[in-house]
Structures are given as structure tokens and as C-alpha cells.
Design a protein around this ligand. Structure first.
Ligand SMILES: Cc1cc2nc3c(=O)[nH]c(=O)nc-3n(C[C@H](O)[C@H](O)[C@H](O)COP(=O)(O)O)c2cc1C
Length: 433
């Protein structure tokens, strides 16, 4: 299976940072370096850094304040040698040329380990930071994101392999026939090109995507090489997995070249009782108002007026993120859950799947989902760092290795090699006889 970690200095549990010994900031390089070292010790595929473009007081502490992801990864690239570096960047509030250039640079700086988590940013607080009164509507965000990614991919192909000749004798630095302008004029963007960075070690950085609304799924089927999924129920995850693999095939791509990895929170103890004790302590430390606000932001609606012991209300999907609400509503309907059940799930794992127990119990859940084709692996969302992640690396990873479902050594260097993804052909080289 493929495994990565969603790195948040303050941990992914709503009260993770309050746990004894836990890191308390997402603005310290040292904690990210520690997480990256653990990734490489455990032979993980990637370290994933999410992002937000506004300070929102009711957000999870790890989302309120954080490093800009590409800047962080540029620093991590110098301190690591194998782990993939996935950074989140927004299509709504960036220019394609900047994004193409920044990720191409990271791919070169890291020796082929860059991945881009493409997000459209529906967060209403972000609009005001970019001179807009309100976010673009959901459908338009995905339409412009589609054109944005087409342009970025076009720019990444600007330079064919071998374009740099550095002929000291003749003074020819590059072969003009192997450099191509894009001359794109579309509905949302006009970009001339070529990019001022040559072809990168991976050909193109890996494209990652996380939205699972209908528009999000269409977008993913065209572009995503890895989907960061959010699933709470194995049967729903199997449906999502089968649907997405079929949609990828319909889009003319190989379904094996789109890895589907749900978020997963492991709470690992020496035994069941020890793990349960950790979970109870985390829940004891959770501030109810904060957890409630977090649940409201996950759903895109203020839920403070609803009875926690009543049914999950039937609410329309919001303009921001639809995925988490869809997944939680479906699970609530299937298992007849109350709002409190969902609250507990969101407070614990921000709405992702979680397992609590000894290493074998946690590995059992992962193996079952993997074997039943509910996923190709997981994005780990540890409740706090570094201890909870290290317990996973040092206890659960060896268990997965013993079962033969996770690598014992890296067999490649690039993120594409870790994920079993091909290097995309350069569109211009393909045409050359
Ligand atoms: C699991 C998951 C992780 C996400 N991480 C981020 C993130 O770090 N930053 C961000 O701006 N948006 C993030 N998003 C938002 C999506 O990328 C997408 O823009 C948003 O979900 C709207 O699409 P949807 O309605 O299809 O869910 C995430 C969404 C999901 C489901």
C-alpha cells in the first residue's frame, strides 16, 4: 500500500496539541524535520502539507497559523533524500505561471520528489485577502481550475529533454527547436510561455486532489494521480473507489495511475486499554465550543443551535467544501447516527476514519480496507506529533511489513517511483519522429 502523512505541527486531533509532550506549533521547522525523519525511517511515500489562505479563529489550531507549504518543502528538501513532498496550492488565488515555476523548482531542488495538491479554495475569509468580496462559486472554481491545470501542464512541457546543450565550442547554450511557447488564450487565462525552468526529474510533479463533490470527481478523473479521500465507512469507500477508478478509465487514463488514499487517524497503544486511555485523554482535553465550531466549518453551516442528541439535520451542501459533509451525512443516514456521534468523529479525526488499539488492531483495519479495494493506502492524520506518529512508524509499519503489504526499503528515489506512477511523456517529444 501507499502511505503518507498529513503533517500539522499541532496534530490532527482538535486537542492534540494539549496532549502531554505534544508539539504545540505549526510554525517551527524542527517539528517538520522530526516528522520528515520519521517518514524516511518508516519508508513512507510522502509528507503532505495542507494550506489555508486566511486566519480563521474557529479553525483547527493547525490550520489557523502555518508555514506557506512550498517554502516549507524547499527547506525540507535539503534535509531529506527520499520522502515525497506534497504541497497544497490554490488555483483561485495563484497565477498558473507562478505555480508551474514554483513546483518545477521544488521538483529539481528535491531530486524529483514534488507533488501539488490542487485546491480551489472556497473559504470565504480568503476572498478578502485577494481583493474579492466573496469566493467564486463552486462550479466556476472547478472550471477555472481545469483550465489552470491544463496551462500548468503545458508550461511543464515547455522544455524537451536534452534542450540544454551548453556547447562551449560554439557558444550554443540551448537548442531552440526543443523549447516551446504555450500561447494559451482561454476563458480564464492567457499565458504565453515558455516556462523559465527546464524539464524536471519527474517530467511533471505529481498531481494530487482532494475534493469529492460531483465537480471534484470529474476534475480528479482527468488529472489526479493521487486522491486524498475522506471516507468513514468501508462500504461507501468501496463505492467511491470503484466509481473513481471507472471514471479515470473513462477519461482515457490507466486506473492504476490514480491512487486513492483516505485520511486515517491511528491511535496506537501497547494494548487496547492503553490506546483507549490515550483517546479518552484527548477527548477530555477537547474544548466543546472549539470542536463544535470545527464541525460547523466541516459542514459549512453553523450547527451550534442543534440538539447534539438529535438526528443529523438535513442541510444543503455549501459553496466551500462539500466532501466532508457528503461523507458524514451518508454515514449518519446508514448507521442512524446522532449529531453527537458525528461530533465525536469530527473532534477525534476531523471527519476521517480512525482506529484505536494495539499495532495489530490498527494494521487489521488498514489491511481490511486495502484488501477489500476500499483504498490503495492511506494519508495518516496522527492525533499529535511527534509521539503518536512515531508509535505508528515504529509499531504499525513493522506489522504491515511483516504482513507483506508495505515496503521494507525504498526501491526508487522520486515520488512517482514510490507511487508506481509513470513519467508523463513530453507532448512535443512525442511528435518528434
Ligand atoms: C481530505 C481533504 C483535504 C483538503 N485539504 C485542503 C487544504 O489543505 N487546503 C485547501 O485550501 N483545501 C483543502 N481541501 C479542499 C478541496 O481541495 C476542495 O477545494 C474543496 O473540497 C471543494 O471541493 P469539494 O466540494 O469537491 O469538496 C481539502 C478537501 C478534502 C476533502
Amino acid at each position: 500500500m501507499n502511505l503518507g502523512v498529513y503533517a500539522v505541527g499541532t496534530g490532527n486531533h482538535v486537542s492534540g496539541w494539549r496532549f502531554p509532550g505534544a508539539a504545540k506549533s505549526s510554525e517551527e521547522f524542527a517539528i517538520f524535520k522530526t516528522i520528515a525523519d520519521s517518514c524516511e525511517r518508516g519508508k513512507l511515500d510522502f509528507l503532505f502539507v495542507g494550506d489555508s489562505l486566511a486566519f480563521v479563529p474557529e479553525q483547527h489550531p493547525g490550520q489557523m497559523l502555518r508555514f506557506e507549504p512550498l517554502t516549507l518543502h524547499a527547506a525540507l528538501a535539503t534535509q531529506t533524500s527520499r520522502v515525497g513532498l506534497v504541497a497544497t496550492a490554490s488555483t483561485t488565488y495563484s497565477a498558473p505561471f507562478n505555480i508551474a515555476r514554483a513546483f518545477a523548482s521544488l521538483d529539481k531542488l528535491s531530486g524529483g520528489r514534488a507533488g501539488w495538491n490542487v485546491v480551489t479554495t472556497g473559504l470565504k475569509e480568503a476572498a478578502g485577502n485577494f481583493g474579492m468580496a466573496a469566493p467564486m462559486d463552486h462550479a466556476t472554481r472547478y472550471e477555472s481550475a481545469t483550465e489552470f491545470v491544463e496551462v500548468v501542464q503545458g508550461l511543464w512541457d515547455s522544455w524537451e529533454e536534452g534542450a540544454i546543450t551548453t556547447n562551449v565550442e560554439t557558444g550554443e547554450y540551448f537548442d531552440k527547436t526543443k523549447v516551446h511557447s504555450l500561447d494559451h488564450v482561454g476563458e480564464f487565462y492567457s499565458v504565453r510561455g515558455p516556462l523559465n525552468v527546464t524539464r524536471t526529474p519527474q517530467g511533471q510533479p505529481v498531481l494530487v486532489q482532494a475534493g469529492a463533490s460531483d465537480d471534484g470527481k470529474n476534475f480528479a478523473s482527468r488529472f489526479a494521480e493521487m486522491i486524498f479521500a475522506s471516507q468513514l465507512d468501508k462500504e461507501h469507500a468501496k463505492e467511491f473507489y470503484a466509481t473513481m477508478k471507472a471514471k479515470v478509465a473513462e477519461a482515457g487514463r490507466n486506473p492504476d495511475h490514480c491512487k486513492i488514499l483516505p485520511g486515517f487517524m491511528p491511535i496506537v497503544g501497547r494494548n487496547e486499554e492503553d490506546a483507549r486511555k490515550k483517546l479518552s485523554e484527548l477527548m477530555r482535553l477537547a474544548v466543546p465550543e472549539v470542536a463544535l465550531k470545527m464541525m460547523s466549518s466541516r459542514f459549512g453551516h453553523d450547527l451550534s443551535g442543534y440538539d447534539l442528541d438529535g438526528p443529523v439535520p438535513d442541510l444543503p451542501l455549501s459553496n466551500d467544501i462539500q466532501t466532508h459533509a457528503k461523507v458524514a451525512f451518508a454515514k449518519a443516514r446508514k448507521d442512524n447516527l446522532t449529531l453527537r456521534d458525528i461530533y465525536n468523529q469530527v473532534a477525534v479525526a476531523r471527519g476521517y476514519l480512525f482506529a484505536c488499539g494495539d499495532a495489530a488492531t490498527v494494521a487489521d483495519v488498514m489491511e481490511e480496507w486495502f484488501a477489500d479495494r476500499a483504498c490503495d493506502g492511506f494519508v495518516l492524520v496522527p492525533p499529535y506529533f511527534p509521539a503518536a506518529f512515531d508509535e505508528f512508524i515504529d509499531q504499525v509499519v513493522p506489522e504491515l511489513q511483516r504482513r507483506g503489504i508495505f515496503r521494507t526499503e525504498y526501491s526508487g528515489f522520486t515520488l512517482r517511483e514510490h507511487l508506481g506512477l509513470p513519467v508523463p511523456a513530453n507532448r512535443y517529444s512525442e511528435r518528434t519522429p
